[in-house]
Design a protein around this ligand. Structure first.
Ligand SMILES: Nc1ncnc2c1ncn2[C@@H]1O[C@H](COP(=O)(O)OP(=O)(O)OP(=O)(O)O)[C@@H](O)[C@H]1O
Ligand SMILES: [Mg+2]
Length: 292
């Protein structure tokens, strides 16, 4: 990837949710670089610690509308009284952290604590309501089973579409197709429509494409949990390989053992904020004690 293409990608549209997001890709790029050099009041990163992700004061709000049954009485109330003001719900507030290249960061927290929302923000699939996000390089998001796959397309076509979305040229996709199909162990099904794939098969295909695109940042949200034991072992071995190759990884999982094994750092989300950020051992222990 060229240096130009390697510049920071910052979500640039106002969110459809609440407040506007301050967005200027050039400013984001400059901010990441200045942060790495130690300006803006932050200690300099070591020269080998290239910054890949920066979150500054990030909050995300959703609007919650009352879903009343469609009755004439409710319709009349709405016409007379106007639309009721939506309630705001903030799953994440004032989240600040940096992630450097080669880090593998686990994200833990109870159901509904905002882990998937955090990864969606990082992938640019959602926009922050407050604060600022900058992400550098090619991002491969594995955020949901079969995300980006059209049910009527064959597995092969999904690899082509997904590979293109992840920045591969048609030639690169073709040259990697056999390796992807072989890694996913789906040779017998690769020309069948993915609507007939099981959950585990979708996870295999998604993971196989993502790890064959040489991403700078790999985002994994629980998708490996549906794979069988041997595939999970294979994925973990592959994750170790791409760690060595310099890929930065965000790993959301409820499997404390997997987080402990794979990650050199953990973010614990609790009550909408970043409760802990540090080495996995003590944080996972504290998390397990607090939630059992
Ligand atoms: N599009 C949306 N509209 C309204 N609320 C949402 C939306 N997406 C997520 N939420 C809410 O935000 C909160 C955080 O959700 P999120 O999916 O990030 O949690 P999570 O930590 O990934 O949970 P889990 O462990 O169950 O996967 C939840 O209360 C959820 O209901
Ligand atoms: Mg989730």
């Amino acid at each position: 990837m060229s240096e130009a293409a390697d510049a920071c990608a910052t979500p640039g549209e106002p969110t459809s949710d609440l407040a506007e997001h301050v967005a200027d890709p050039a400013a984001a790029s400059a901010a990441l670089d200045s942060l790495a050099q130690g300006s803006s009041g932050t200690p300099a990163l070591r020269p080998d610690r290239e910054l890949i992700v920066r979150f500054r004061g990030v909050g995300k709000a959703f609007r919650l509308y009352d879903q009343k049954p469609f009755l004439l009485r409710n319709l009349l109330r709405r016409i007379v009284g106007g639309r009721s003001k939506p309630k705001e719900f903030w799953p994440l507030r004032d989240i600040t952290f940096d992630i450097a290249r080669r880090e593998t960061v686990g994200v833990i927290g109870q159901n509904g604590s905002g882990k998937s929302t955090l990864l969606r923000l990082m992938a640019g699939a959602a926009y922050p309501t407050t604060g600022h996000i900058a992400v550098r390089g090619r991002v491969a998001p594995l955020l949901a089973l079969g995300a980006g796959f059209q049910p009527d397309m064959s597995g092969r076509e999904c690899v082509q579409v997904n590979g293109t979305a992840l920045g591969l040229s048609p030639e690169e996709i073709e040259s990697r197709m056999d390796a992807i199909v072989s890694f996913a162990e789906l040779a017998g099904f690769i020309d069948a429509p993915v609507r007939y794939y099981s959950s585990g098969m979708l996870a295999r295909l998604g993971f196989a494409v993502a790890v064959h695109t040489s991403p700078d940042l790999l985002l994994i949200d629980e998708v490996l949990a549906v794979g069988d034991h041997s595939f999970q072992q294979k994925c973990i071995a592959r994750i170790h390989e791409i760690q060595q190759a310099g890929t930065t990884i965000l790993f959301v999982s409820h499997d404390a053992h997997a987080v402990q094994t794979l990650c050199n750092r953990v973010l614990w989300l609790r009550d909408g904020s970043l409760h802990r950020d540090g080495p996995p051992g003590p944080i996972i222990q504290e998390y397990l004690q607090a939630t059992h």
